[in-house]
Design a protein around this ligand. Sequence first.
Ligand SMILES: Cc1cc2nc3c(=O)[nH]c(=O)nc-3n(C[C@H](O)[C@H](O)[C@H](O)COP(=O)(O)OP(=O)(O)OC[C@H]3O[C@@H](n4cnc5c(N)ncnc54)[C@H](O)[C@@H]3O)c2cc1C
Length: 416
Amino acid sequence: MTTEFEPQGEHDQRLLGSVRPAAWKNPEPAPAYNLVVVGAGPAGLVAAAGAAGLGAKVALIEKRMLGGDCLNFGCVPSKALVRAGRAAADVKAASAFGVNVFPGASIDFPAVMERVRSVRADIGPNDSAERFQKLGIDVFFGEPEFVGRQAVAVDGKTLRFTRAIIATGARPARLPIPGLWEAGAHTNETIFQLTTKPRRLLVIGAGPIGVELAQAFARLGVEVTLLEALHGLLPREDPDASSIVRRALENDGIRFRCCVSVAGVDRDGSLKRVRFASKHADPETADFEEILVGVGRAQEFPQEPGPEGTRGSDRAEAVLGALQGGRAAGRGSGIYKGSIRGWNRDRNETRNQSRIAIARIRASRRNRLGCRGAWKFSCCAGGSAGGFRQKGKSRACLRSCRPRRQIRGAGCARRI
Ligand SMILES: Cc1cc2nc3c(=O)[nH]c(=O)nc-3n(C[C@H](O)[C@H](O)[C@H](O)COP(=O)(O)OP(=O)(O)OC[C@H]3O[C@@H](n4cnc5c(N)ncnc54)[C@H](O)[C@@H]3O)c2cc1C
């Protein structure tokens, strides 16, 4: 089983030691699980820890690296890079505050990237296989396949469950541009592995990922062109906010081009020759050392449930359709949606989806979680231990729990 992750040095080895240990042996499955969680990003980890805290017997299945996008390819490394960019921008602007930086200030790009990977490795133990094992959770690595209504197979073993949560998140959307991937374009899954500074970087997609990474790299001395096929930057955001961000990016030296798309990419030695197309201008070509694609997220979905578990011939679609509404897949199948949408805006939203799924499971009449009645559930984002607190110790939780109408979905645990 490959993780498609190419470790760069000691820090990445440390990270893998936490989130995908080479010597890990999948445990012998328990005779039955109250809950199986598929996908161990923020949503899956919260669901597993929360249910285990309630006394449930839980199995967690991950096909790549525990921590998901957030730890390995998203929030953590991107914020570490953004922080380095901010330090560089502060130094550049220091004289405006009367602070004279000694001549010769420079950016050591390989050191910046090494720090990004070291920050990620330092946080790794929080999401580690060892930690979740100590919480009493059976951690399995491998690609699962639903083989029945309440059974999933992984690594040649069959896990039987009463309830399952699918929290398989999303991966970068792949643009079908001729030559783009052959030329070695990056996504957020590979860009943090860079070890040398590209002179020129093309960022395709001016959504949140493209914008924050474009700014960070520009502040670190890379010549950045940011490209958006639609009109304007951050097209989903308020236009006034977008124009403030646009001015900030231009101050950082980013060249922003909108209503332009990439027609194709050719490799020329270490360079990527990009052909641009626009309705409003003649076709153009430009060379870049690196390309980063940040054009959105594509849904991940595990092997569809087997014939027993679903109705209809197009099983994956049927299950997915049911899950989109946050309902169990097929009446009474016990499979719940954790996070499978193509775009989860942030890790808190995705964690809350898991909390809501657990609340639904607890609230269901056929609840088999085996939870002791003394436990309460809270949907509030600030809750601890995956949002679960013991009765009698939940004052803070009850104070901060948002009114039910503000919580997406109807599964608020206030009901329990
Ligand atoms: C560059 C970038 C920066 C970001 N910055 C922030 C930020 O600053 N703040 C913030 O709140 N959010 C941020 N996000 C968003 C955040 O990363 C996501 O919202 C969050 O990771 C979603 O969590 P998840 O558990 O739903 O899915 P994921 O993190 O995608 O986890 C899903 C897990 O399921 C596994 N999986 C997939 N298919 C299977 C399968 N068939 N079997 C078993 N396992 C499977 C995957 O390997 C993965 O580990 C950022 C995202 C990116 C890309």
